[in-house]
Ligand binder design. Sequence first.
Ligand SMILES: C[S@@+](CC[C@H](N)C(=O)[O-])C[C@H]1O[C@@H](n2cnc3c(N)ncnc32)[C@H](O)[C@@H]1O
Length: 355
Amino acid sequence: MPEISPILPSPEERFYRNKLEFTFSNRRWLSPEEMESDEIISNKNGLGFHIPGMFDKVIDIEDCHLQASPSNEVRLAVRSFALKNNWPFFDLKAQEGFLRTLIIRTSSTGESMVIVVFYHDDKNKRELLFEHLIKKFPDVTSWMYVINEKANDTITDLKVHLFSGRDHIFEEMEGLKFKIGPKSFYQTNSLQAYNLYKVVRGFAGLTGNETVYDLYTGTGTIANFIAHKARKVIGIEYIPEAIQNAEENSELNGISNTRFLAGDMKDLLTHDLFEKEGFPDVLITDPPRAGMHEDVVRTILNAAPEKVVYVSCNSATQARDINLLDARYKVSALQPVDMFPHTHHVENVALLERK
Ligand SMILES: C[S@@+](CC[C@H](N)C(=O)[O-])C[C@H]1O[C@@H](n2cnc3c(N)ncnc32)[C@H](O)[C@@H]1O
């Protein structure tokens, strides 16, 4: 086993996130001081984060140190406009109210996207809110909204409407542009994502002749990032919209040696696919927290690429999978990367070389 390199620190310890979702609640979490005081608390509305383990309690936030400007300013403006107009913040238990969540995305190019999620549609109120915000923040790139009448907060299965501006923003890396829509996945710490991808590229050690597979490619960021160093890159991912973004990102950057496939990894990654698209010389894998399905590990073992670069956000499942790959691979380098300062999470990159 190689020595584990020191954790690569994040360039920013604060304001490092490019995406945050704040929740409106009419029953905000009260501090111990507020609970003990004799004063009657009339305003229990809050806009902020859930208290861990308490789905219906939200901590109201005055100053958030996680996301750069205009995140704080926009959140406070939305909150004060809603309070001034007496619009009901969502009641998570009774499932009623008007304002549900506020999603803000920012990018290192200075662009930003604001998505307001309403429980029901009210054209008049919606226009009042957006017109107020647009006047106050003319530099925001994209103003969007969602009507969510479901019990849960996810918007992945809902239509996102454009109120004004563009329906996407751009992230940039080494001159490559990545298009980010309201539902697109993008690593949340943009600057550190760049460092992570450089580690991956370094471990892959490409010369320009390799067939590379990028498993769990998301919107194809790694695939596009390394494409100019490979003969061909095949990215696989099960969310079809993400694959569409990946293809758009190749096109946007004039990259023609990538190919993206949508489907479940264990069904798509087969011997037949390798016969068709080429056997991998290098395989990059970046699975979700659950790690790789056993069938996927078996397919990798059979195809036996020279190198496997394994990126993981869950060291426990990574260790489990590496143990299975041990039959043919030795671990030759390990580089943890701090993507989420002030949390216990760490991304770990392992280079496995064929024995
Ligand atoms: C950690 S993310 C990968 C991020 C990507 N490499 C990047 O840097 O932007 C894991 C991805 O795996 C996808 N995924 C999860 N389970 C999958 C499966 N069974 N088959 C294919 N893709 C899957 C998720 O949709 C997600 O996009």
